[in-house]
Write a protein that binds this ligand. Structure first.
Ligand SMILES: Cc1cc2nc3c(=O)[nH]c(=O)nc-3n(C[C@H](O)[C@H](O)[C@H](O)COP(=O)(O)OP(=O)(O)OC[C@H]3O[C@@H](n4cnc5c(N)ncnc54)[C@H](O)[C@@H]3O)c2cc1C
Length: 310
């Protein structure tokens, strides 16, 4: 079944990227539908940091306030869906069709993909339970909360040396837990230079103890930490890049230009799943995602306006 309305823009996602895009589009009287299945990357955490005016706020509070802002504009409609949400996007500039789980298809002239990414955590017992609190992946989001403690870094890839160096001013002591893997020479030398210690025995499990964590190694030894950094493997939440034939980056993000346009006319992207020019990876934060949403929405408006006078 197809809904007879054709929206100017369909925004997929109501995280910070999608919500800011909705506000920008609403202010410019673009008929907009925002479709979300209510799953957010920062669901595991109760506190959000490094965001002006909202440092330490609950992510859900910010989203609620942002949604109220967007809903105040008559041209913005939210479609809250359960299950898989948007399952397929097809079509072309001026005539996109979005198939939505359990709902009639949605038609839109342009599509703004703000559907975020999903993290896969290292397969170590206790990591998932503590992720977003005593286990984190981003020192800008959580590093300060571990200040003055011994901080662990799980992994053996080259990033661990940079992470240990970054945490030098924050942590009292830094321990790299290679989980049985061997460090390459350059990484080992970098860690030695920054004064981090290295434990190579595999990790058996991680558990919360008081305000911190206890990491138990497979030989029974225990390492007490104030916090632990892990690297997550992430992937886009939904396969829209493949469905639409969007160009992607080496790390699997949707390639966008400086204005949030993808390689396919009429398709824009914003937030954690999108990577701008010159960047080595998506700059994943709530504030950056919101800014990207605003830029991509502005580009939608401008492109539509220019098309009308061409
Ligand atoms: C544990 C953790 C803690 C973090 N802490 C911080 C922090 O303190 N500060 C900070 O700045 N950043 C933090 N981040 C990063 C931050 O969460 C992201 O940068 C930000 O949420 C990205 O916003 P987004 O709008 O791109 O995606 P999201 O917020 O993940 O939103 C994605 C949206 O797309 C929707 N969606 C996805 N697929 C579909 C579909 N098929 N159909 C319909 N809807 C769909 C979802 O329902 C959701 O509405 C943290 C991340 C993690 C994992």
């Amino acid at each position: 079944m197809i809904n007879s309305t054709t929206y100017d823009v369909a925004v997929i996602g109501a995280g910070s990227a999608g919500l800011q895009a909705a506000q920008t589009l609403g202010r410019m009287h673009q008929s907009t539908i925002v479709i979300s299945n209510d799953r957010y990357r920062n669901d595991p955490t109760g506190h959000m940091h490094n965001f002006l005016g909202h440092d330490g706020a609950a992510p859900a509070e910010l989203r609620l306030a942002a949604r109220k802002d967007a809903e105040a504009y008559a041209d913005v409609r939210f479609l809250d869906v359960v299950g898989a949400g948007v399952t397929r996007i097809s079509g072309e500039l001026g005539a996109f069709v979005l198939e939505v789980d359990g709902e009639p298809d949605v038609q839109a002239r342009r599509v703004l993909v703000a559907a975020g990414v999903r993290d896969t955590l290292p397969d170590v017992p206790g990591i998932a339970e503590n992720f977003g609190d005593l286990v984190a992946h981003c020192p800008f989001c959580h590093g300060h909360e571990y200040a003055g403690t011994r901080v662990g870094i799980l992994g053996a890839a080259p990033h661990v040396a940079a992470m240990a160096s970054m945490l030098l001013p924050v942590a009292v002591e830094r321990v790299v837990l290679t989980h049985g893997a061997t460090l390459d020479e350059a990484t080992a030398a970098g860690l030695a230079r920054t004064g981090a210690s290295v434990v190579t025995t595999p990790v058996a499990d991680v558990r919360k103890a008081g305000d911190g964590l206890i990491v138990t190694l497979t030989d029974g030894e225990e390492v007490a930490l104030g916090g632990l950094f892990v690297k997550t493997a992430w992937q886009p939440s939904s396969p829209f890049a493949e469905q639409l034939g969007l160009a992607t980056s080496e790390v699997g993000a949707i390639r966008i230009d400086a204005l949030g346009r993808t390689s396919v006319p009429g398709v824009y992207a914003a937030g954690d799943l999108a990577q701008g020019p010159e960047l080595p990876m998506p700059m994943a934060s709530v504030l950056v995602a919101a800014a990207m949403g605003q830029v991509a929405a502005s580009a939608c408006v401008q492109d539509a306006a220019l098309a009308r006078i061409a």
